[in-house]
Design a protein around this ligand. Structure first.
Ligand code: DC
Length: 240
């Protein structure tokens, strides 16, 4: 077990992963990694370069030639594609849907898998996504799976998009996240699913503070367990 944990946070869109992960990383003094932003960055480049996302050879060539970096700025994550800060372009509903599509392609996942493992190799990281606890860091010390009702997820995403000035409706936004969840959980490679050893938290009706409180409680339990020495290693009959 690493001294500084890897905390995997998976779950569908709008379950509250980003807000909770950012807050949790601050409380723990850990780095925060939003892996969805990496898939969004690839989708943005696909769009910018008019790449046919169904043409795997073209996509693979693009992935191999793309430099993706992340940097923490004021506890926010910024993503750079070939040196360009793309943060303000990747949070649109269109890029969200495209990222869900490109994320089902093998070469994209392979390219981003290596990158994600680099970010977490030292431990001390809160990493959010869809397959962190199942594929990227199956040995993460603590795994959470965040869920919330469809209505609540739609409402949260709608408020977020409206706040950023997007002209969207609640109905379309809710439909969009349901479609994305369907794609993300039905794909062949690394689908969205609950890791066997994940702790499931339903964030419906909870604010980020409430979610993080539950998470910190679970993390403390894991830490205490890791510190407790095996008190009596002798078989029962030989104990004094
Ligand atoms: O978390 P997000 O909404 O920004 O993610 C955008 C898309 O990226 C999501 O619909 C599926 C994909 N994704 C993934 O396949 N695996 C991850 N670890 C993170 C995101």
């Amino acid at each position: 077990m690493r001294e500084k944990f890897i905390i995997a946070i998976d779950g569908p869109s709008g379950a509250g992963k980003s807000t909770a992960s950012k807050l949790l990383s601050k409380r723990l003094g850990y780095i925060y990694v939003d892996t969805g932003a990496l898939y969004r960055a690839i989708a943005w480049k696909v769009k910018e370069n008019n790449i046919d996302s169904k043409d795997e050879a073209q996509l693979e060539d693009m992935c191999n030639k793309t430099d993706i970096k992340i940097r923490a700025v004021d506890s926010e994550q910024r993503v750079y594609v070939d040196g360009k800060d793309v943060n303000s372009y990747i949070r649109t509903p269109e890029i969200g849907m495209m990222s869900s599509k490109v994320s089902s392609v093998h070469c994209v996942r392979k390219r981003l898998l290596e990158l994600q493992r680099q970010f977490g190799k030292e431990g001390g990281a809160v990493i959010e996504g869809r397959d962190i606890g199942t594929v990227v860091f199956p040995d993460a010390e603590v795994k959470f799976f965040l869920k919330a009702s469809d209505e609540e997820r739609g409402r949260r995403r709608y408020i977020e998009l409206k706040g950023k000035g997007h002209n969207v409706s609640l109905e379309d936004t809710t439909e969009d996240i349901k479609k994305r969840d369907y794609n993300d959980s039905k794909r062949d490679i690394a689908p969205l699913c609950i890791a066997e050893d994940a702790i499931v938290i339903d964030s419906t009706g909870l604010d980020a503070e409430g979610v993080v409180k539950k998470m910190l409680n679970e993390i403390s339990k894991k830490k205490a367990k890791a510190k407790t020495p095996h008190l009596n290693p002798l078989p029962i009959g030989e104990r004094k």
